[in-house]
Write a protein that binds this ligand. Structure first.
Ligand SMILES: [Zn+2]
Length: 384
């Protein structure tokens, strides 16, 4: 498609040696499993005549699994259309948005309008897994645009912030023994209980005190829940007749703009180490904390920036109503633009049940989105 539009697309395969130099690098699960060979990002450019501002339209092409398939009432890979909805895995997250951004560039081309600034159009890999080989690699190696738009589904609202996300693992030692003489050993599951309690308390304390204007604006149910420490995995023991000699707990901590990764790490580590003060075993055998996987900083875009105002005006014109500013409670690719000094926003179609069965996107909102993008390109990049 990008070739047909004469955008001279090229493939950009991530190199992990370049990525490792970034403070935002972490090993994604897909990198650990299959590496980056044969997993290219794609970029094409609609060259402007010069003298205008450039923009990068960016979308991720990876999707999450469609499992469990039996929950779907249609083929997750069939692209069935019913009424105003198109169904399928990735319809909303985010093939629909990618189709709209390509359609916007196509309409500019076909109308004969010559923009002044360049329009860079890119598709990236592994956003669902952290975006490291995708958007981060593109920011580290591709020329810098004057603004960026990611058409992730947002119901034509403007996303201006994203959350920090980190994973950590707590390892509590024990001493294995026969269950009949359990008192000869130390049960690591029992010793993990106060760690879980301490993390729960820290979580509640943080939820009471930390707010996030943009997430609460887009969904009032987020109030009091904009930061979370979620225990997601626990492993210990192998059968009931042995006292488990170790217990491992894996958690995700997410938080809104306002705290650094170092501050959040410090809070978590202090809460866990305080548990040892009240336990003779843990005093001599303290829980170990390891940070692994997701290591994303939050970001927040100033809404007064001319690009955000330009986008807002065009959404208002196309949809007939002024958009809200929202913020995501997960890590988002927009953060890589923001952390590389590029003003960025999310604006995308209306979608339902992303990451779930019967995911679908509203076709009318895709058409409106393409209009919003095309008119934003004209205004932002300029015409002669
Ligand atoms: Zn997405």
């Amino acid at each position: 498609m990008l070739s047909e539009l004469q955008l001279q697309p090229k493939l950009v395969v991530p190199h992990v040696d370049i990525l490792r130099k970034s403070p935002d690098f972490f090993e994604t699960t897909s990198y650990a499993r299959v590496g980056y060979e044969g997993r290219p990002n794609v970029v094409g450019v609609l060259r402007g005549r010069g003298g205008g501002r450039s923009i990068c339209l960016s979308g991720h092409v990876d999707v999450v699994s469609a499992e469990p398939l039996e929950n779907w009432s249609r083929d997750p890979w069939g692209g069935e259309v019913e009424g105003d909805l198109l169904y399928g895995r990735g319809a909303g997250d985010m093939k629909g948005g990618i189709a709209a951004m390509i359609a916007a560039v196509q309409s500019i081309r076909e109308s004969g309008i010559r923009l002044q600034g360049d329009v860079i159009i890119e598709t990236t890999i592994e956003e669902e897994d952290g975006g490291i080989g995708g958007n981060l690699f593109m920011r580290l190696t591709e020329p810098k645009a004057d603004a960026a738009l990611i058409p992730e589904s947002s119901n034509l609202q403007i996303g201006v912030a994203s959350s920090g996300v980190m994973y950590f693992r707590v390892i509590v030692p024990g001493i294995s023994a026969h269950a009949a003489t359990a008192h000869f050993g130390v049960n690591a599951i029992h010793k993990m209980i106060p760690v879980i309690e301490a993390l729960k308390e820290l979580n509640e304390e943080r939820q009471r005190t930390i707010g996030y204007e943009y997430a609460e604006a887009s969904d009032p149910r987020m109030k009091g829940h904009v930061t979370t420490i979620n225990p997601g995995v626990i492993r210990a023991g192998d059968w009931p007749s042995t006292v488990p000699g170790a217990c491992v707990l894996e958690c995700r901590v997410g938080w809104p703009p306002g705290e650094t990764r170092e501050e959040v790490k410090d809070q978590v580590e202090r809460a866990i180490s305080a548990v040892s003060d009240n336990d003779d075993w843990l005093k001599d055998n303290p829980p170990q904390v390891e940070w692994f996987g997701w290591y994303a900083r939050p970001h927040e875009q100033d809404v007064k920036h001319p690009f955000i105002q330009c986008l807002k005006d065009n959404i208002t014109t196309v949809s007939g109503k002024e958009p809200l500013y929202g913020g995501g409670s997960a890590g988002l690719d927009t953060r890589f633009f923001a952390h590389h000094g590029i003003p960025a926003a999310v604006c995308g179609p209306s979608a339902e049940r992303i990451h779930s069965h019967d995911e679908c996107v509203n076709i009318d909102s895709l058409v409106k989105l393409a209009e919003v993008i095309a008119s934003t390109l004209i205004e932002w990049c300029g015409v002669e």
